[in-house]
Design a binder for this molecule. Sequence first.
Ligand code: S3P
Length: 434
Amino acid sequence: MVNKIVMPSNKIEGTLYPPADKSISHRAAILNSLAEGQAVITNFSAGADCIATIHCLESMGVIVESSSSKEETDQIKIISPGIKHFEEPSNVLNAENSGTTMRFLLGALSVTPFLSVITGDYSLRNRPMGRIVEPLTLMGSNIVGRINNTRAPLAIRGGSLVGIEYEMPIASAQLKSALMIASLFASEKTTIHQPAKSRDHTERMLSAMGGRLSETDNTIEVMPSPELVPININVPGDISSASFWIVAAVAHPNAKIRLNNVGINPSRSAIIDILKTMGGNISLENNRTEGGEPVADILVESSDLTATEVGGDLIPIIQDEVPILALAACMAKGTTTIKNAEDLRNKESDRLNTTALELSSLGAKVTENIDGLSIHGTGYIHGGSAKAHNDHRIAMTLGIAGLLSKNMVTVNGSEVVDISYPDFWRDLEFIAYQ
Ligand code: S3P
């Protein structure tokens, strides 16, 4: 385990290009592999989660070529026989730490008639999969696994699927995407009712690939669409990764930064709106649309933050940002409450617990509630030693806490940032100590 020492910073300044969006990279690789043909993906995420996706696809006969030229190391080409011609994997598929890989592939493997087994690391093997297994089984897939078919390793034998009408018990983009993938190859229409909206990258990309989908309020209808067409995709920067720098800048007394080429899809960018409500000095420039996704450059300066309340339908669209939002709330005046966020306990770590525990260990006043957090903003973090709990977003939150704190912060297990942001510590040095 690697320990990273982060010293308080006098000034946060500079321009960064946050890393490629993890959610869009997974989709670009998996959805293009469903179709027969070739697609070039530029700015593909170098994070370990997306590499796990690539390895699983390769095990089923998809060819993934990476560009060898120095300028284009992040460009890959997917050459796929199409899902109907996927090969039976000769070994267990390993999604490692990636929930998106496992859940999306459960959808795809429900379409293929061969036997496959998928597993992951300790964290992923303990995350709930019953929410995906149950509706896919209703569609006709055969999936068995540990603890009454709710935990990986899971064995899947797919085949002919029927369309269903399904009421999702929770708002989850991974669940809805797994169902949409299976529904494209079912014998009739599938109707998916969501309790609230979650990120919609799958809907956007599948529509661009010729998938027949329609959405009214929170209901998505998917018509059988087996003839998908591959599309080239240029992946924008990840708003979830950018949010670490956004909070570093709004919460620091001497900060001015620019984050270029960041995806600002409204189903992902609520963190910007919430921080603005708290008084965050954040503006967007060069708004544009690339590959069906809204993109902008984000300017952020030091701000006087006040507390806020977050809950309800906002939670599914800021869930990955809750740990860093909690840190912002530590630096704001007043008590911030985050409610209805119980599903955060099912992420790479139990994020309600790990956020409260580790920020408190640095001297912040954060209380864990059953479905959220109460954060008493003191404007002060003392510093000390804290654990990443094998969770990339907790490691990065603690790194930013180090920049804002009175004394240095040691982040135990700092290497886990590789999951989504391998250059995080290099970018931190650049923006905080130049
Ligand atoms: C993701 C969806 C989210 C999020 C995860 C990535 C995705 O989970 O937490 O990091 O790419 O679809 P949910 O399925 O709970 O929405």
